[in-house]
Design a protein around this ligand. Structure first.
Ligand code: KMH
Ligand code: ZN
Length: 315
């Protein structure tokens, strides 16, 4: 029997700028359409950020989240996983407001503070809007803040909202942060981990480092204490990490938040295209992409009916 694999699609993100690719979804309708198509292509989890409609700048506006989450819940059965990472300039309160408001089944939980540099994009000769140039430049001085006090408060918030945190781990030392929180009883086992490799400021996307992080997590927590997925940022990172994770028995994340290319010399035209490539790789390696329902039971989620996200029909 092929081992099941959960495919996550990160639809738009909070760090890239629209001039990098016309495929990045911006308006709620675009994000909803991309999400539904990604779910049809095989994504069981949709990781969600929102953007301002006019500029495409990353946003923390709860009304935009409401529109996107409602639209997605009406159009597909995928597990909806809003970000608590947000984008540059957002406070922790803004980033985590999605938890009490939507009581989502899952949300991200970033495991520690790191630098998060996107400013090298400025050197690629792209025709950028002023705000895009400023946003990328700001990343030179950006610390993606997740202090221990922030993490303690986030543990409290996810517990109150009945949300399963997906623990985003960007570098190996962050595993110790999580072991510390687990040791204090602040995070419930088993946890679900996403190794995010290839961020400028975090660990690199290669086989040695993925294996090192996986083995370190196993030693710190025990093999039964967690399930795991991996995401590579950039091209080749995205599909190298998908292949590595598939071989090692992990789950996978793809999507335009992390990578804008389908091939080295070809921009992706949609999130679904990236999901289809991950699904093809999984099938070639005898892994079976699961439905959202199966992913819910594998991850022990409470179910969509216990969130505050209502599909449009039942309003
Ligand atoms: N916006 C980035 C700094 C998440 O969604 O939780 C990190 C991020 C993680 O996007
Ligand atoms: Zn994200």
């Amino acid at each position: 029997m092929p081992t099941p694999v959960i495919v996550t699609c990160a639809l738009t993100g909070g760090m890239t700028v629209p001039s990098q690719s016309r495929a990045i979804p911006i308006s709620p309708n675009q994000i909803i359409e991309e999400g539904i198509a990604a779910s049809k292509a095989g994504a069981a989890i949709l990781h969600i950020h929102v953007r301002e409609c006019v500029t495409g700048a990353p946003s923390a506006d709860p009304e935009l989240f409401e529109e996107v989450l409602t639209g997605l819940a009406s159009g597909c059965d995928a597990i909806l996983q809003p970000t608590t990472g947000g984008g540059i300039g957002m406070s922790m309160a803004e980033r985590t407001a999605v938890l009490p408001r939507f009581l989502p089944e899952m949300a991200t939980f970033n495991a520690g503070s790191i630098n998060f540099g996107l400013y090298p994009i400025l050197d690629r000769g792209l025709d950028l809007a002023n705000w895009e140039r400023e946003y990328l430049e700001k990343s030179r001085d950006y610390v993606f803040r997740n202090s221990f006090a922030d993490l303690e408060r986030l543990c409290e918030k996810v517990r109150h909202s009945g949300t399963k945190p997906e623990i985003e781990i960007y570098d190996v030392g962050q595993i110790n942060n999580i072991a510390h929180l687990v040791g204090r009883g602040l995070l419930e086992l088993p946890i679900h981990v996403q190794f995010v490799l290839g961020v400028l400021g975090g660990n690199v996307a290669d086989a040695d480092q993925l294996l090192h992080m996986l083995r370190t997590t196993e030693r710190a927590l025990g093999t039964d204490a967690f399930s795991w997925s991996a995401a590579g940022v950039g091209y080749r990172g995205q599909f190298d990490v998908v292949a590595l994770s598939l071989v090692l028995g992990g789950h996978v994340r793809v999507g335009l938040e992390d990578n804008l290319r389908h091939r080295e010399s070809e921009l992706a035209n949609s999130n679904a295209q990236l999901v289809r490539r991950a699904v093809n790789l999984a099938e070639q390696l005898d892994r079976r992409p699961v439905s959202a329902g199966e992913a819910r039971s594998m991850l022990g989620l409470k179910g969509a009916h216990r969130t505050a996200i209502r599909p449009a029909e039942s309003h």
